[in-house]
Design a protein around this ligand. Structure first.
Ligand code: PMP
Length: 385
């Protein structure tokens, strides 16, 4: 028998599926997968339900419904001061995952180098490799995940096509500073490259800081592909509505990839997301306050159990050093044991790395209900206490 594609076959099942499966099997509280709990705005959900009843329920335009594309353009202006033409610069995708695949397949030519920062989200590498790209990895080191500027500069070459930047970052919660963004922007400009900006956690930046899209930095407007996710903005990860903004020339080949990969995404959810993006400022500020409170609650609870909790400036994940608990397990064994024996699931941070040296950190999702966080902390206290 002939085998399937070697690159994709070489990957196991995604860590999120593995962790959630183990959590189900053992009745564990799942703080592994980044699925928010009970936080969907009721009016946005009602809007989607109504849009299904009202129809249309047929293919919308390839680029997305005009209503959502207009709403995205208005969102870019309102939050970031960006002037975006909804017709030629906005495309709706099948989640940010779809947007990433569209952008990578649309832009990469065989042999193009793509710069990535580790730890990194798990869909990037397989798609880059499958598209014929050559990943160039630069590692950020815990506990502060500071950008290693010399190593990043050295990773750029005449073959660099793009950098893929995730800020705020999953899993480490790093929010790149303005100075770091300007450093990256200069490298991108100097090498006539692009930046694919995974900004799905844009509305989850804490402690009074503001999200800064790389696209807003000098000279970067036409070099960036900005990727957003309604799943994160409205805590509806199952809807899989992503939004991609790029200058017309950059977007053109990305549209071609989208046309053959996904073609269109459900019109009813697009209607609801358009409505949601136009919500008053209070929605967005409450979301931040609410998530920040959950972050602080889980951070304090984990510290009480004996974890050394790392700072988290954004996203809905906390990373914690397990070394402080004085055990000899690596992060994979630790997460397995914690799921089975303590009844709480988390994700090993080594899963976000290409090699296994960073193996003392685990990722907890705090976008959970009070009851879930209370139960998880009670179980951890019982087990480790
Ligand atoms: N990028 C990052 C960094 C993510 O954390 C996620 C979701 N976990 C995605 C992309 C995918 O987003 P979506 O669900 O909209 O496809």
């Amino acid at each position: 028998m002939k085998s399937g594609n070697g690159i994709l076959s070489s990957y196991g099942t995604t860590i999120f599926e593995v962790v959630s499966g183990l959590a189900r099997e053992h009745g564990a509280v799942n703080l592994g997968q980044g699925a928010p709990e009970g936080m969907e705005p009721a009016d946005v959900v009602a809007r989607a339900a109504q849009a299904i009843l009202d129809g249309p329920n047929q293919y919308p335009p390839l680029m997305g419904t005009p209503g959502l594309r207009r709403a995205v353009a208005a969102h870019e202006k309102r939050f970031y001061g960006l002037d975006v033409d909804w017709e030629s610069e906005v495309m709706v995708t099948s989640g940010a995952t779809g947007a990433l695949a569209d952008a990578l397949f649309g832009l990469i030519e065989e042999g193009d180098e793509i710069i990535l920062l580790e730890p990194l989200y798990d869909s990037y590498l397989p798609i880059i490799r499958r598209a014929g790209g050559v990943p160039r990895l630069v590692r950020l080191a815990p506990p502060d995940w500071t950008l290693p500027r010399d190593r990043l500069a050295a990773a750029f070459s005449p073959c660099t096509k793009a950098i893929l930047l995730n800020s705020p970052a999953n899993p480490c919660g790093k929010v790149y500073t303005e100075d770091e963004l300007d450093f990256i922007a200069r490298l991108v400009r100097d090498h006539d490259a692009y930046a694919i900006c995974d900004e799905v956690y844009e509305h989850l930046v804490f402690d009074g800081r503001k999200h800064i899209p790389l696209m807003t930095r000098p000279g970067m407007r036409d070099r960036c592909v900005r990727i957003a996710s309604a799943g994160k903005i409205f805590s509806v990860t199952g809807w899989k509505i992503g939004m991609l903004v790029a200058a017309p020339d950059l977007l053109r080949p990305i549209i071609k990839a989208h046309q053959f990969l996904t073609f269109t995404v459900p019109p009813n959810f697009q209607t609801a997301v358009a409505y949601g993006l136009e919500k008053e400022d209070g929605y967005f500020t409450t979301l931040i306050q609410d998530m920040q409170a959950r972050r602080d609650r889980l951070a304090a609870g984990l510290a009480g159990v004996g974890f050394r909790v790392l700072p988290c400036g954004g996203s809905y994940f906390l990373t914690a050093d397990i070394g402080a608990l004085g055990n000899a397990d690596d992060d994979v064994a630790f997460c397995r044991r914690m799921t089975i024996e303590a009844g709480v699931a988390a994700v090993p941070v080594s899963a976000f790395h290409t090699t296994g040296e960073v193996n003392r950190f685990v990722r907890f999702c705090f976008a959970k209900s009070d009851a879930t966080l209370t139960e998880a902390l009670a179980r951890l206290n019982k087990y480790f206490g």
